[in-house]
Design a binder for this molecule. Sequence first.
Ligand SMILES: *Cc1c(COP(=O)(O)O)cnc(C)c1O
Length: 378
Amino acid sequence: MRKNYLLTPGPTPLPPKVSEAMSRPIIHHRTPQFQAILKEATEGLKYVFQTKNDVFILASSGTGAMEASVINLLSPGDTALSVQGGKFGERWAELCKPYGINAEIIDVEWGKAVSPLEIEKRLKANPKIKVVFTTLCETSTGVVNDIKAIGEVVNKTEAVLVVDAISGLGAIDLKTDEWFCDVVVSGSQKGLMLPPGLGFISVSPKAFKLIEASKSPRYYFDLRKAKKAIDKTDTPFTPAITLIIALNEALAMIKEDGLEKVFARHKKMADATRVAVQALGLGLFAPTAASDVVTAAKVPQGLDGEKLVKTMRDTYGVTIAGGQGEMKGKLIRIAHMGFIEEFDIIAGISCLEKVLAQMGHKFEMGKGVRAAEEEFLK
Ligand SMILES: *Cc1c(COP(=O)(O)O)cnc(C)c1O
């Protein structure tokens, strides 16, 4: 027998209501019944995105929505500015390359947030930059970027701001319209408490002008087709019907609490996780820009980080994530995103303590759990 705990930054645990919705009989999508479901989903997404813009639902993982934004906004030979500071930020430039789009790069040190002033400087230096690609929460480092300040900078120019909010949407604040985010992309398996398989993309009128003008090859992810369809409460291709039905359950849960309360819960989980790992002697990887989405902590000197993660998962059923790219083996990442409550965090920290002790790390047993509990009592 084994009870599993999922504390990874995607996928995240499924609420029972979401699982139940996916076991219902399938229905046809070209029906008034599905149209009502699609309308509810689109409106619920607008609430979570905090936007009046169109939000399109794609049958893909989050990266599909990233690719959709690259090919719909830019033509071969165009120039974009891409903020890098982790594995996911790097994906923007990787996506530009096969389509012949030039990506200028702002290389941010891993564990740090990008300076909005640097973006301003680069935009001034090269007025040909059409699109600025950024990340709300850089999941590989746990960093949250100041999208509000970046939005103010980009809004003063002709450039369009694109935000990868795949991890972060529905967990931390992102005011799409108020912060001038022209395009926001997300995915289903993180803050939105669904299995993987849906990509989301919101598009401002300013961004739509680029979509009309783009000469990049596109078919499945052609947002002109998606726009035509959504105006008739329809989708251009067979939608992921079951996942969209489940999405409405997740959106109803978020709406019932309200965004403010949802964000406050994420902050509480994050605060407790941060004090707990520090009480065990593990330093935060991003102390100045730590997100309330996922906590990245440094593996103590001399310990094998990969073994730590593997033992927690394979011996005790508690799955957290390790470091990625250049931080492989050097970080642990504990996600507190989506359907996560106090006692999930306590279980995760307790298991971390047990395995750290077995691996010979010197600390006072129970200190992490105690720090988390004290934080929760506040
Ligand atoms: C998970 C994640 C992605 C990748 O999404 P997929 O659904 O795996 O395609 C991209 N960006 C960020 C910030 C992520 O957290």
